[in-house]
Design a protein around this ligand. Structure first.
Ligand code: TYD
Ligand code: MG
Length: 455
């Protein structure tokens, strides 16, 4: 059989070169040439039509219940996956180094082993001793959990084919390399080639494979983004390294919704599920402190109440500073501008710091009003009413805009004992207000301030 060959393919225009060049000779872009394996041409002309394998079949005859999912004991993980592991699927778990990817996957491996499956944990980064130490810390032990310290893709594929495990983890995809390519492990071409080969094997042996992918800032090591189209499911483990909470978010899922979010906390003995995130996020709140407001945000389909803290203090010299932790800095700048211009709260000589408690990152604008009220509360040194939850997007004219899934948010606020909820006034009445909760509505930030900061 002829040996495989590699060429360099421009990611911009697709032109090829037999050697690596820094700049594409065709389109002139820099650093776009990526080493790629080319399959050797078949003897007797490769243009001949390939033998027929798949046939078109009527949609009516295709069965959708073809896969029985493998259950996962961690309910949060099960939910994010869309109801369990699909055999033959490849799942990428991305995240910053040190966030807990290896911990999560070792816990999952132990769970799979406990369910009676043979599990292969391939580690390209850590020695079996290091993994053993983590396993001891997690209280993990099992006869059917195997560890393979290996970085060669070909060796890994061979071991999987021989052992035929029921569950495989490859930690990490950036640490392994294919012998067919000359580029170093972690490069775009290596990462892609390895993931594609594992995907083919997973499908042919019907084994689920979980890959770890580090998120990296520089382009030297390829991050999970270059793999998103190759794998079936992409989950990101996020959180603040200095806080214990971790969010597992689906960004792509061929077998389920991408709206699901799992909440975990990193404990002494690994990741623990947080069944009641709102309660956890509000646990350390000081109800009478100024500069604090409770926002009702949605993480996927799940409402979570979080405390937003703001502190405004006089700028000592130079330009006033704006610091955002957990909310988008541009959103904060917009809210500061609206507060100065539309509400008349002078922030030109104030440093403004905003923090979302617990290390959560809020991406939806529904928390705008809570951020604005927290800032105003700090400036005026008047606390926001302690029994009030806040929902609403703020527009540039200082108007409040309605947000989606209001009903769910209200139910969660009522469940946590909030008696009032401040939200935007819209044309239609708010329906299905939970018992015990009073809905207060206002049209502008100004009006909302009057209600929330009333003494
Ligand atoms: P790790 O899973 O090694 O992260 P990743 O694979 O994403 O790089 O976990 C890293 C951190 O988690 C490490 O700083 C220690 C902490 N940790 C705990 O707090 N509790 C535990 O039980 C374990 C195993 C780790
Ligand atoms: Mg790791």
């Amino acid at each position: 059989m002829p040996k495989t060959k590699t060429v360099y393919v421009c990611q911009q225009c697709g032109s090829t070169s037999p050697k690596w060049v820094g700049r594409c000779p065709d389109c002139g872009e820099w650093n776009t040439m990526v080493e790629t394996v080319v399959e050797p041409a078949r003897e007797g002309g490769s243009r001949a039509a390939p033998p027929l394998r798949a046939k078109p079949q009527p949609m009516r005859d295709i069965r959708s219940d073809g896969f029985d999912r493998i259950p996962v004991s961690m309910g949060e993980m099960q939910r994010v996956l869309g109801g369990g592991i699909v055999p033959g699927s490849v799942v990428l778990i991305g995240g910053d180094p040190g966030i807990g990817k290896s911990t999560l996957l070792l816990q999952m491996s132990a769970d799979q082993a406990a369910q009676g499956r043979r599990v292969l944990y391939v580690s390209g980064e850590e020695s079996p001793q290091q993994i053993k130490m983590r396993a001891q810390r997690l209280g993990v032990d099992g006869d059917s959990l195997y560890v393979l310290p290996e970085t060669s893709l070909q060796q890994i594929l061979e071991q999987i084919e021989q052992m035929k495990p029921g569950f495989v983890v490859v930690d990490s995809v950036q640490a392994i390399y294919s012998e067919d390519l000359e580029s170093s492990a972690g490069s775009v071409s290596q990462v892609r080639e390895c993931a594609a080969a594992l995907q083919r094997l997973a499908k042919s042996l019907i084994i689920p494979i979980f890959l770890v992918g580090h998120v990296t800032k520089s382009g030297v090591i390829a991050g999970p983004r270059v793999l998103e189209h190759i794998v079936d499911t992409v989950l990101y483990l996020e959180g603040d390294r200095f806080h214990s909470y971790r969010l597992l978010r689906a960004v792509k899922n061929r077998f389920g919704s991408t709206n699901e979010v799992g909440v975990f906390s990193m404990e002494e003995q690994g990741l623990a599920e947080v069944a009641n995130p709102s309660e956890a996020f509000l646990a350390e709140r000081l109800p009478s402190a100024s500069g604090s407001a409770i926002a009702v945000t949605m993480e996927g389909t799940r409402p979570i109440l979080v405390e937003i803290q703001a502190l405004a203090s006089t700028t000592s010299f130079g330009l006033p500073r704006r610091t955002a932790n957990g909310v988008d800095i541009n959103r904060l700048l917009l809210l500061v501008a609206v507060l100065s211009k539309r509400v008349g709260i002078r922030l030109g000589d104030q440093d403004v710091f905003v923090n979302v408690v617990g290390g959560l990152r809020i991406t939806e604008p529904a928390a705008d009003l809570a951020v604005a009220l927290a800032i105003a509360s700090s400036v005026r040194d008047v606390p926001v009413a302690a029994d009030m939850a806040i929902i609403g997007e703020v527009g540039l004219s200082g108007e409040l805009r309605s947000v989606s899934q209001t009903e769910r948010r209200l139910i969660e606020a009522a469940r946590l004992g909030f008696r009032r909820c401040l939200m935007p006034k819209t044309g239609s009445r708010v329906r299905n207000v939970p018992a015990g909760l009073e809905v207060l509505q206002s049209r502008t930030v100004d009006e909302a301030l009057e209600i929330a900061l009333a003494r």
